[in-house]
Write a protein that binds this ligand. Sequence first.
Ligand SMILES: Cc1ncc(C[n+]2csc(CCOP(=O)(O)OP(=O)(O)O)c2C)c(N)n1
Ligand SMILES: [Mg+2]
Length: 129
Amino acid sequence: MGAKAAFPDRPVVCTSGDGSIGFAIAEFDAMVRNRLPSVVVVLNNRAWGSSLHFQERNSGPGRVHGTRLAAARYDEVAAALGGRGVRVTEVDAIGPAMREALSGELPTCINVEVELGAAPPNMKVFARR
Ligand SMILES: Cc1ncc(C[n+]2csc(CCOP(=O)(O)OP(=O)(O)O)c2C)c(N)n1
Ligand SMILES: [Mg+2]
C-alpha cells in the first residue's frame, strides 16, 4: 500500500503465500477505500507449505500437523471487500490476468492454484536426517 501511495503511476505487485495472505487479506478494505490498485498474487498451495515441509523432513511424512489449509477463495474475499478477484488454475492464464489487473482501477487478488510438492532447496539446511 505504501509503495502504491508513493508511486501511483507505477505497477505495484505483492507476492504472498496463502498462509501469509490469511494474516493480511483484510487490507483489501484499506486499498479500496484509499484507491490503491496494487496487485496481490497469492501462491495457493493449500498449506503453510514451508512449515509442512519442515515437519515432513524432521518428523516424518506421517507426522504433519496443523499446517494444511483449505482451498480458500482469496480472490472472492478480495471481491467481497470491494476489490477484484481472479482465480488462476492454468499457467497460460497468469499473463492475461496480470495485464488486466495492472491496467485496472481496483486492487486485485490473483489467486493462483499451485502444487504443494515443491520445497526450496535451502530446506535441507534444517534436515536432521
Ligand atoms: C507473523 C508470522 N507468523 C508465523 C510465521 C512462521 N511462518 C513462516 S513460513 C510460514 C508458512 C507460510 O505459509 P504460506 O504463506 O502459505 O507460504 P508457503 O510456504 O506455503 O509458500 C509460517 C507460519 C511467520 N514467519 N510470521
Ligand atoms: Mg502456502
